[in-house]
Write a protein that binds this ligand. Sequence first.
Ligand code: SF4
Length: 397
Amino acid sequence: MLAAMPPSSPNPQDRGEAHIRDRVRERGDACPGALRLHRADDGSLARLRLPTGVLTPRQVTVLADASDHLGDGYLSLTSRGNVELRGLGEGCGLGLADTLRRADLLPSERHERVRNMVVSPLAGPGVRTWAARLDALLCAEDWTTELSGRFLFAVDDGRGDVAGLAADVTLLATPDGDALLRVVDRTWRVSSADAPRAALVAAEAFLAAARRAGTGAWRVRELPAGQEVDVTRYLARAAIAAEPGPDAALPAGAPPPPGVIGDGTVSVLARLGRVSSAQFRALLPAGEVRVTPWRGFVLPGFPTRPAAEERLRDLDAVGFLTRADSPWIGVTACTGRPGCAKSLSDVRADARPREGTLPVHWSGCARRCGHPQGAWTDMVATGEGAYQMTVQGPTTK
Ligand code: SF4
């Protein structure tokens, strides 16, 4: 039964940042990784970071096999473009790590939880090179292991799709070939060649500010008021030429819509952010598979539009969302039962297609894990199959 309630006060996460800035964290983040598994009610969970978002065909096959042999046969996609395996049995951590290592999915075990990056899925080779270089730089430094598992980089090709995902450090390509480096509301212009190093230096400046503050901040927005991230000084120290950039908000662009894009790129979404291993394998053959932060996949490089359209039909037949007018687009859900002991209901089974224009998020309890940014319709379980509906986010202010 759905109980429609009047709009409530905003979710605490949308009430400005004072509550975050006042917080003193007593311990490090507990984010799961590929090596640090999280024990859930349905077995262990492994979260694999995919900093460039790109999987080779072999890696797709390896992950599908791992979900079949070690997990529950499904793969979940996160809002940061990562992949999770759930239902992992006791003692399979070593086997999983070995599998991922052999598939080149664990380039640095010490850094696996800090490789948090979102990249414009339709970006061309230049911006994709920034992301790969930034990842390599992250993995080459010891100090970067001090970043929390929540610190996020965004690498945007100028269309503004991932620039709007509230990353801690954002690189945005400019039309004239340079990069804007953004940290909260301050911007610097740097050369394309320096862009990956500039993003790394900004992270280093954040860590210095976090140490000074002594509050254990995991993210830039958690720093107490008055604690500036001194990016300018750190860029100068690293001999990176930078000039102040515009203070205006970064451009906001839409994510790739499902369907055929251009002449040869296929874009699909996963219903409620989860695919079976069989669906995952159905993404092949492909030159590469790009995992998106909108819980979908982009397959570039089809030789003709008809070839791309044929693949889109194949993916529709196995259950992917392939049309921009699907009522399931914009519907998300937390793990719910049976994976989460806190859940009051089987959220994924209860979730329904969207009515109205706002994104809808279904949660098994008031923590609302994985809820969208901005304004959204909030469905929170109050009991078995019963939900309270409110509108959350900026429209309630
Ligand atoms: S919102 Fe609640 S029920 Fe859902 S995954 Fe988070 S803690 Fe579990």
